[in-house]
Each structure stands twice: as structure tokens, then as C-alpha cells.
Design a protein around this ligand. Sequence first.
Ligand code: THU
Length: 135
Amino acid sequence: MFPGVSEAELVRRAVEARARAYAPYSGFAVGAALLAKDGRVFTGCNVENASYGLTVCAERVALFKAVSEGAREFVALAVACGAGPCAPCGACRQALYEFAPDLLLILADGEGRAWRTARLAELLPHGFGPKDLAR
Ligand code: THU
């Protein structure tokens, strides 16, 4: 389905990344794996901080790693979290929307089970993006 990477593989990478979460305050570990159009996969985990507010979610860690490595076009994002699948928070939806409004989200639990899928634009209707500044 994707350039050399299946949905199952992407979920597996998110689960693997989740094991590296630094979440001593919430105890809530999240992993993400972002597939770029060129076939590269960028992973991320949540990184918390003693000042709480500086915490960065797994999804944005993966996105910023990707963009800093030159990837700007994305196909799918797998997220592995908690006891059941969870969708990216509002801040992450906005950050992802900048690059990939139509991104396929694959949401799994912490073990990579119980997937469901959604499109980012469904989760962020009427999203604000580069197109709005171009008018
Ligand atoms: N978190 C993520 O990494 N991604 C999400 O989609 C939801 C929340 C993190 C932030 C914080 O470290 C912990 O989960 C609890 O909110």
C-alpha cells in the first residue's frame, strides 16, 4: 500500500518508539511512526520535562525529526498509546496539517492492537494552513 512499508510495519515502528518514551510525570507512554512519501520512516516518543509545559508529544517529535531531515511530504502516521488507541492532540493535529492535511492516521494501542484509521482532515475540519495565508 505504501512505498515499501505496510500499515502493520508502521504500527510496529510506533510500538517500538513508544518503549523509548520519557514520561516520568504522566506515566503515559506514546510512540509514533511517520511515513514520508519517499519511503523513509521517522519515529518519535513523548518527551516530558520537570517544567511540565515543555513536554513534546510523540507525534511532533516524529514530525520535527522528519522535517529537519528534509522530508516534507507524508503519507501516514501510526500512533501507539496507552490501553486503547488515542488520536493526536489538537496541537499535533495543527502541526501535522501544515504538511499533510490528508494524512492517514493509524491509531493503535500500546501493543499495536485495535487499530482504527482516520484522515487528519476529518479530525481537524476547516483546518488553518498555508493555503489560508496565500489568499
Ligand atoms: N501525548 C502524546 O505524546 N501524544 C498524544 O497524542 C497525546 C498525549 C503525551 C503528552 C504527555 O507526555 C502524555 O502523553 C500525557 O498527556
